[in-house]
Design a protein around this ligand. Structure first.
Ligand SMILES: Nc1ncnc2c1ncn2[C@@H]1O[C@H](COP(=O)(O)OP(=O)(O)OP(=O)(O)O)[C@@H](O)[C@H]1O
Length: 794
């Protein structure tokens, strides 16, 4: 086996003749380079592209990367790294010092500097200004200018060198320079942990490497604080908790920061947590540590839920509701079962209510019934007869994703909005900004509640008017929200809001074996995965065969007239031969092969092509495009044609144009993660399940994947991995919403008083506890543990 050495890595050294294109936002350059030296097939002159910090025409650089073939412009050099070629010969140095960077320095002065100080003149001057006094014939002001220019460049190059050695990519290096400017070297060498806070994409581990290289002691308190923050953020943002216990925080922090040597102990972490809390950087409650955002989100959401639930409702008799439901049944040509009627009754009578159920239990059918019942009870015009130009129809539908909102609108005929849009959460809204934008409506129905995280829920609920009634709808067996918290579960389990759990499955009665499989998974029943059904099948395959199997199935689907929007491959991980990235490459070849007519743009290892199916990875609220929305690339404009490079994506008729710098927001969507598919349904779902997915194969992930399939589900891979996966429960998230709800509703006093009000109370305001709740006595051990801990300093 031959190994590539550093010298084998393709490089070009040469002088920048001119810059053809420069994007100031991401420092992407297209330049013409006169080649001095190269180990590639390029000769004389080439185009070099890449993200560079501060490239100057007329200067010499060394680029490493690869030769690529541009469809129209032939061979060019795509640079991964670049480095200024510091003049090494005396002539080169004279040329450099008399170049346009050193205003007023001509060849004579430059020669004098080099003659006096020699080949290491730059280093000598940067280290000690006074060496310039030895150079004859330069004025003091010129000496100062030379010193300043060299020093600035020296610091930039030194900082750049540190970052290159640490493997920090050019785009991030440029961002660091942009943020700190002339302070870059200073920050890198003295307070590198600042980078974790200031630069998105620089994590604790990278900052730690920088710090250690800069000679910062491993037992410094800056390092301890950064480590504590990192472990807390990891628990919140990666594991989805809304707090971490002190014990876990101590263990995690010590594991992170200590190696063979113990730089910190339990007491050090405890003390530092204490300090950070008194500086208002963390919140400590009993033995729980969290950040302010989540503490106030959960606390204030609980208070608002209490406030909303106390609103006195207009009394509607059971008879009256039954009469209206009967009429609605006739109009909609349906007979609601008892649990469905209960759901409608709670929705109408209670300020807040919850409906949860698996696929095919009639959630959509009930939502239609609720809308009709509310409309008839309150004399609200049908939506189509209402002039909604002001957007003030008294019934508002909302969902956490654009796709779910669209589906709601399609099934009910009433305008539905994303929660973000409803509260005016725009592109410019800061991540931590608390939105003040009251939702002016009388009834709100929120669907796909399992996808709503703690922060979004708080932003929503705080903007609801006290007299607005809300119905929360979802499937609590699905994956929890991507962001921290388990809001829907907490609301259900707190039992302070009437909940209807739908158990009768209608779609199964219609012969769906996909729905049957979903219920077997959710209820922990025996599953026969290999059994063939009209709507689902299993194909045995090894990991290395998955790409071929997927390729064959998709080709067959295309032959039968399905298009790429109908077929969705879902996998739980990105890397590896059966990961999302590899499968997207295979699927792109089948579903959207390269042709001369289709423009392309290369972003790192991805090639985006016109007609590609793509997915949006973060919320782009201003354009009404959200994390997980899928679209088709409509057109790609090339910068060589004079206009800026851009990609326009068609999201169901909503055309959005991305500049090159924004393209990291997009990924191919032939195969997506199961998390990203939450809230969407597809006619055909192909789900590979292989042993290498092991750590991601859990009940709620597989359940969510299976329930995305509407007509056809093809599982391929290893049956045992599937069967073991559905037995594994995901890690339970630590959250406080349920506890805060209990506290505010004073549920314990009610328990002690045996003050039990049954569910059928005609006054929903007093809905509190049913007998079954008392029997179960679900007491959270955290409650009333306000006793002594070392952290009662708040
Ligand atoms: N009471 C009922 N009687 C007869 N059919 C019903 C009843 N309730 C629902 N259905 C039927 O069951 C099917 C599934 O209902 P619906 O789409 O409302 O369920 P869902 O819970 O929203 O499902 P999903 O979440 O999978 O979309 C539909 O065909 C619907 O017409």
């Amino acid at each position: 086996m031959t190994q590539m050495t550093l010298d084998d890595e393709p490089f070009v050294i040469g002088e920048i003749d001119r810059v053809i294109f420069h994007n100031k936002d991401n420092h992407f350059y297209v330049c013409v380079l006169f080649i001095h030296e190269t180990n590639t097939e390029l000769i004389d002159e080439t185009i070099v592209t890449g993200n560079f910090y501060d490239i100057n025409e007329g200067e010499t650089y060394r680029f490493t990367g690869q030769v690529t073939e541009h469809q129209r412009y032939g061979k060019q050099f795509q640079a991964k790294e670049f480095k200024k070629d510091i003049p090494r010969s005396e002539d080169g140095l004279v040329e450099y010092l008399s170049g346009n960077k050193f205003v007023g320095v001509g060849p004579k002065t430059a020669e004098a500097v080099v003659n006096t100080l020699g080949i290491n003149a730059l280093k000598k001057i940067a280290e000690d200004y006074t060496v310039l006094h030895d150079v004859p014939g330069i004025s003091d002001s010129r000496k100062r200018m030379i010193y300043r220019t060299i020093k600035e460049n020296y610091a930039t190059e030194e900082a750049d060198l540190i970052m290159i050695e640490l493997g920090i990519e050019p785009v991030k290096r440029a961002k660091i320079f942009d943020t700190y400017q002339s302070e870059t070297l200073n920050i890198l060498t003295n307070t590198p942990y600042k980078l974790v806070e200031d630069i998105f994409g620089i994590g604790f581990k990278k900052a730690d490497l920088i710090a250690l290289k800069a000679g910062i002691q491993k037992n410094s308190s800056d390092r301890l604080s950064a480590g504590i923050h990192y472990c807390l953020e990891r628990a919140l943002n990666e594991e989805g908790h809304t707090y971490i216990t002190l014990d876990n925080l101590i263990t995690d922090t010590l594991t992170l920061l200590n190696d063979e040597v113990s730089y910190f102990d339990t007491e050090d972490v405890t003390e530092q947590v204490n300090t950070l809390a008194s500086d208002d950087k963390l919140v400590v409650q009993d033995d729980r540590i969290t950040d302010k955002l989540f503490y106030y989100s959960e606390k204030n959401s609980a208070n608002k839920i209490y406030e909303l639930s106390q609103v006195e409702m207009k009394h509607v008799s059971t008879k009256e509701i039954e009469r209206i439901i009967n009429r609605v049944e006739t109009e909609l040509n349906i007979t609601y079962n008892e649990e469905q009627k209960d759901a409608i009754t709670h929705a109408v009578r209670s300020p807040l209510s919850i409906i949860t159920g698996g696929p095919g239990t009639g959630k959509t059918t009930i939502v239609k019934g609720i809308i009709e019942t509310i409309r008839q009870l309150n004399d609200i015009k049908p939506f189509i007869d209402h002039d909604n130009s002001d957007g003030l129809y008294p019934i508002q539908l909302a969902a956490p994703t654009g796709r779910a909102a669209k589906r709601m609108k399609e099934t009910t005929g009433i305008d539905a909005s994303t929660i973000h849009r409803l509260i005016g959460w725009g592109r410019e809204t800061e991540d931590t900004e608390i939105i003040d934008n009251i939702i002016d409506t009388e009834f709100i129905i929120v669907d796909e509640m399992s996808m709503v995280d703690t922060w979004l829920f708080y932003q929503f609920i705080k903007n609801v008017l006290p007299e607005t009634q809300i119905v929360f709808v979802g499937d609590d067996a699905q994956l929890p929200s991507v962001g921290p918290g388990t809001v829907f579960k907490d609301l259900i389990e707190s039992r302070v809001i009437p909940v209807t759990k739908l158990k009768t499955i209608y779609r199964q009665a219609e012969g769906s074996s996909i729905v049957k499989l979903a219920y077997e998974i959710n209820n922990g029943q025996q599953v026969n995965i290999k059994e063939r059904h009209d709507d689902r099948s299993f194909i045995e395959a090894r990991t290395d065969q998955i790409a071929d199997v997927v390729d064959i199935i998709v080709k067959k689907a295309v032959e039968r007239g399905f298009d790429m929007r109908d077929v969705q491959v879902l996998a739980p991980i990105y890397r590896g031969p059966a990961g999302i990235n590899a499968l997207n490459q295979v699927l792109q070849k089948v579903l959207n092969p390269r042709t001369n007519e289709k423009n392309e743009i290369v972003i790192g290892e991805k090639v985006f092509r016109e007609s590609d199916k793509v997915i949006q990875l973060i919320n782009r609220r201003e354009d009404n495009v959200f994390n997980g929305d899928a679209g088709i690339i409509h057109s790609i404009v090339d910068s060589h044609e004079g206009s800026k490079e851009s990609v326009t994506v068609d999201f169901d008729g909503n055309l959005i144009t991305y500049e090159r710098k924004d393209l990291s927001e997009l990924a191919h969507a032939y195969c997506t993660s199961i998390h990203k598919a939450q809230g969407s349904e597809y006619p055909i779902v192909i789900m590979p399940i292989v042993p290498s997915y092991y750590h991601m194969l859990q009940k709620n992930i597989i359940y969510t994947g299976v329930t995305r399939a509407k007509d056809s589900l093809i599982i391929c891979g290893d049956a045992n991995s599937f069967l073991n996966g559905i037995k594994r429960e995901g890690i339970k998230r630590n959250t406080m919403l349920e506890t805060y709800l209990h506290e505010i509703f004073k549920i314990y006093e009610k328990l002690e008083d045996k003050d039990i009000v049954i569910e059928e109370s005609s006054n929903p305001k007093s809905f509190m506890l049913t007998e079954s709740m008392v029997i179960e006595k679900r007491i959270d051990p955290m409650i009333n543990m306000n006793g002594v801990t070392p952290f009662d300093f708040n």
